[in-house]
Design a protein around this ligand. Structure first.
Ligand code: PLP
Length: 297
C-alpha cells in the first residue's frame, strides 16, 4: 500500500504524522470519505467542494490548490492499482506547539490520502436491513462548533456507534437539541410514508452527505418522487413504511428495526430496493476516471 503524505508516497508502516500535529493533539482538521467504482472516483467534485467549504469554515488553508489535491487523489488510487476503493483524505492543522494557537502551526496543514479496499456491510444486510437504535448522545446544536463540517472531532459519533454496538445494533440515530431526528453516526437518514419520501433539512444539524444529494436526485429523476426536507420526531420513523440510510461507505441501506420497533414489513422495502439498484447502476457508470486520466493529461 502506498500512502500520500504532503507530496510523497510512503509504505503503510512508514506513513506517519507528528505527535505535535494539531490533528492528533486536538482533532483540529477535516476529512473526506470517497469511493471509487470500476476505476472511477464517484462524485469527486462534490467531495472536493465540501472539503474546500469545510476548510474555509475552520479557517484552514489547504496546503495545495484543490486541482492538485484532485490529482493526488487520482494518483494514490492509481499507484495502489485499485478499481474499487475507499479513499480517506485528511487535512490537519499541521505541526504546532502544545498550545491552541493555530498561528504556531507554521509549516501549514498536513494532507494525507489513503486508498484502501472497501469494507462493506455484508450483502445480507442490504437484503434484510439494519437494526438501529437512538443514541443518548445529541447532535451538536447549530449554535455549537462546526455543524455541517466534516471535521476530525468525531467523538460524539464514535460514542453513539458504541451504544449501537452494545445494543446489538449496527447504527445509532442522533436526535438534535429539539428532539428532532438529525442523522446517524456516519449516515444520513430518510423515511417513506404513503408514497412520500422525507429527510431532515440542513437546519436539523446534519452533515450534508454527498450520497444524500445523489439519492435525492435519483428519487426525483428515476422515481419521479421529490424528497421532502422537513423536521420530524422519532415517531415518524417508527410509523414509516420504509426507512433507509445513505453514506459513502453504506451507499443506500434499509433500517428495519429501530429501538425495538419493527419498521414496515421488517425487511428491505420495495422503494428502498429500487433505490439501491438505481444507486449502484449510477455509481458503476459515472465518476472521474483514474486510469484514462493519466493518458488524457
Ligand atoms: C460523512 C458523513 C455522512 C455521509 O456523507 P457522505 O458524503 O454521503 O458519505 C453523514 N453523516 C456524518 C456525520 C458524516 O460524517
Amino acid at each position: 500500500m502506498k500512502i500520500y503524505i504532503d507530496g510523497k508516497y510512503y509504505d503503510k508502516d512508514d506513513a506517519k504524522v507528528s505527535v505535535f500535529d494539531h490533528g492528533v493533539l486536538y482533532g483540529d482538521g477535516i476529512f473526506e470519505g470517497i469511493r471509487a467504482y470500476n476505476g472511477r472516483i464517484f462524485r469527486l467534485e462534490d467531495h472536493l467542494q465540501r472539503l474546500e467549504e469545510s476548510a474555509n469554515a475552520i479557517l484552514l488553508k489547504l496546503p495545495i490548490p484543490i486541482k492538485e489535491i484532485e490529482k493526488a487523489i487520482i494518483e494514490t488510487v492509481r499507484l495502489n492499482g485499485l478499481k474499487d476503493a475507499y479513499i480517506r483524505l485528511v487535512v490537519t492543522r499541521g505541526v504546532g506547539d502544545l498550545g491552541l494557537d493555530m498561528r504556531k502551526c507554521k509549516a501549514g496543514a498536513t494532507l494525507f490520502i489513503i486508498a484502501d479496499r472497501i469494507e462493506l456491510y455484508p450483502e445480507e444486510f442490504y437484503e434484510k436491513g439494519l437494526t438501529v437504535i437512538t443514541s443518548t448522545i445529541r447532535q451538536k446544536g447549530l449554535d455549537q462548533v462546526t455543524p455541517g463540517v466534516k471535521s476530525l472531532n468525531y467523538l460524539a459519533n464514535i460514542l453513539a456507534r458504541a451504544e449501537a454496538t452494545a445494543a446489538g445494533a449496527q447504527e445509532a440515530i442522533l436526535l438534535n437539541a429539539t428532539g428532532h431526528v438529525s442523522e446517524c453516526s456516519g449516515d444520513n437518514i430518510f423515511y417513506i410514508k404513503a408514497g412520500k419520501i422525507f429527510t431532515p433539512p440542513t437546519s436539523a444539524g446534519i452533515l450534508v452527505g454527498v450520497t444524500r444529494n445523489v439519492v435525492m436526485e435519483l428519487c426525483e429523476k428515476k422515481l419521479g418522487n421529490k424528497v421532502i426536507e422537513r423536521n420530524f420526531p422519532r415517531y415518524d420513523l417508527y410509523s414509516a413504511d420504509e426507512v433507509f440510510l445513505t453514506g459513502t461507505g453504506a451507499e443506500v441501506i434499509s433500517a428495519v428495526k429501530i429501538d425495538g420497533r419493527v419498521i414496515g414489513k421488517g425487511t428491505c422495502g420495495p422503494t428502498t430496493k429500487n433505490l439501491i439498484k438505481h444507486f449502484r447502476d449510477y455509481a458503476n457508470s459515472s465518476g472521474t476516471p483514474v486510469y484514462e486520466a493519466v493518458k488524457a493529461k
